[in-house]
Design a protein around this ligand. Structure first.
Ligand SMILES: *[C@@H]1O[C@H](CO)[C@@H](O)[C@H](O)[C@H]1NC(C)=O
Length: 274
């Protein structure tokens, strides 16, 4: 065994035996923050507790206070205490479960009033407290999508008011954005338009888990391209119609001539017999 290994194997157990009070205990929220919850669904907060083998939890307290406000009122949601850490919530939709290394808080039927800063405080046998905090917010639908134009840079900029985790995408005349139309920025909010002059309908669609909302920027109609398209479609159709009419006319004339000839011949025949 090398020297480093020797030191580790002898020092590590010694460190564990050192009385270190609250310094050894760490309390850590596992959820990625801030936590966004869709109204009506369940909030599930998980907190990991680490401590030395000599320490022991005597109490766990879950609290919440508003994220903003001059005089935030802190409310207690649940406490766990006693040798087996029996937990009791203060509301019917709150459930807390605590073990030596983990405590979880569950709120069923989450509503806007349940958002705020959650805190969990773990008290050890010596009365020392260690806390962790977690911001919880309501998951909000996409609101007020708008598109503005930056004329000097040929940019269309899409914005949205306060929806949670908005995802931006663009459509041109209801279809995908091609290279000839423009290029969308990495975050999706900006469309750098290549069409010159800018024409047609540009739509920004903003989406999140609760649905989507869109806004359309209407530029001048695409004139030259529009006429070109019309000519390209109308010309062959007209030509075909003309050909058809000519054909039908020629056929009718031909039939009429043939009929007339036969009539004359019939008359001759009748004359002969008489
Ligand atoms: C247009 O976009 C450019 C580049 O992003 C920016 O520097 C400029 O301030 C914008 N102009 C307006 C009027 O927003």
């Amino acid at each position: 065994m090398d020297l480093l290994g020797f030191v580790c194997w002898t020092v590590a157990p010694l460190l564990l035996l050192l009385p270190c009070g609250s310094q050894c205990m760490t309390v850590h929220v596992i959820n990625e923050q801030p936590v966004y919850i869709i109204p009506g669904s369940t909030l599930d907060l998980k907190v990991r507790i680490r401590m030395s083998p000599l320490e022991e939890i005597s109490m766990v307290t879950w609290e919440r206070e508003p994220e903003t406000g001059f005089d935030p009122v802190r409310v207690t949601l649940a406490t766990c205490s006693g040798g087996v850490l029996k937990c009791a919530g203060t509301r019917p939709n709150v459930r807390v479960n605590t073990e030596q290394q983990e405590t979880t808080l569950q709120i069923n039927g989450f509503s806007r009033a349940d958002s705020g800063e959650y805190s969990v405080t773990v008290t050890d046998r010596t009365g020392a407290n260690t806390s962790a905090h977690c911001i919880v917010r309501e998951y909000e639908a996409v609101h007020h999508v708008s598109v503005s134009i930056n004329v000097s840079h040929s940019l269309l900029v899409c914005s949205e008011a306060w929806g949670t985790d908005p995802i931006f995408s663009w459509l041109y005349e209801g279809g995908a954005i091609t290279q000839t139309v423009g290029r969308v920025s990495a975050d999706g909010t900006t469309l750098s338009v290549s069409l010159s002059p800018i024409c047609g309908h540009f739509t920004c669609v903003v989406r999140n888990k609760l649905g989507d909302s869109s806004a359309t920027y209407t530029a001048a109609p695409c004139k030259s391209e529009g006429r070109g398209m019309t000519v390209a479609v109308v010309c062959p159709v007209l030509l075909l119609l003309l050909l058809l009419c000519g054909g039908v006319l020629a056929f009718l004339l031909w039939r009429r001539r043939k009929h007339n000839n036969r009539g004359e011949r019939l008359h001759e025949h009748v004359d002969d017999t008489i």
